[in-house]
Design a protein around this ligand. Sequence first.
Ligand code: PAF
Length: 287
Amino acid sequence: MKNLKLIQTKSELKALIKELKNVSTGLVPTMGALHNGHKSLIENSVKENDFTVVSVFVNPTQFGPSEDYDKYPRTLEKDLEIAKEAGADVVFAPNPKEMYEEIYFEEKETTLVCPPYKYVNRLCGKSRPGHFDGVCTVVSKLFNLVKPNRAYFGKKDAQQLFIIKRMVKELDFDIEIKECDIVREENGLAISSRNSYLSENDKKQAPLIYLSLKKVKELFQNGVNEAETLIDTAITYLKDFEVEYVEIVSKNDFCPPVSKNVQKGDIMLIAVRTKESRTRLIDNIEL
Ligand code: PAF
């Protein structure tokens, strides 16, 4: 197994990156609490690059004031073990004061990278105003620090992935964005760091989310292509949750299909809160 280096300052990271000559670098941005989903992102990066940096940073700028920033799981020791097992070279785990300038902590302000309103005022962005500005800001900072050839993101956060791909194109980052498949528990639940919040009862209900997506895909494959019918079908499986949204969007612009008829390749997305622990879960499937 390779030696894994833990770096906690930007200056040390920059110095190390500067030393790398003719080396392809992969970046796996994470907020820690690493699980098998992250592990597969790291393994993909290790396969495709000479050097892999995993960032572990619970990014304050992407959490709203009533969100779970303080409660978000922080498990650095375990994260280091998982990153090492997966073959990473560096874990970059700065604290917020290292990552952001003083003005952010004094006045809650920093220069932000803000994606177009059209992409952020819907789906997850609707209930999380400012979330994608925070995501794009921290991801841009990480891109500038690590200067990776490739960066790895999971398809579970489909809107995030779409927005990051647009940002890379529109801001001319010379970085290839690699989309990695959703990793699931045996019961189908998409693996997420927030699954650790689930109560025993929530755990029993949570697999219904993926089941509803699979049923919709089955229906679509059998010729049903009306968006409303497919959305209503999913909702019938989600009675035990508080549904935030169930939507179908085109992969190209992340907007609902204009004709209301779903095309192959469109994506159905779901966000719900569980009844007991009120954990917010998201999932999606390509139709
Ligand atoms: O997907 C996440 O874990 C975060 O949004 C990311 C991309 C690491 C930015 O903080």
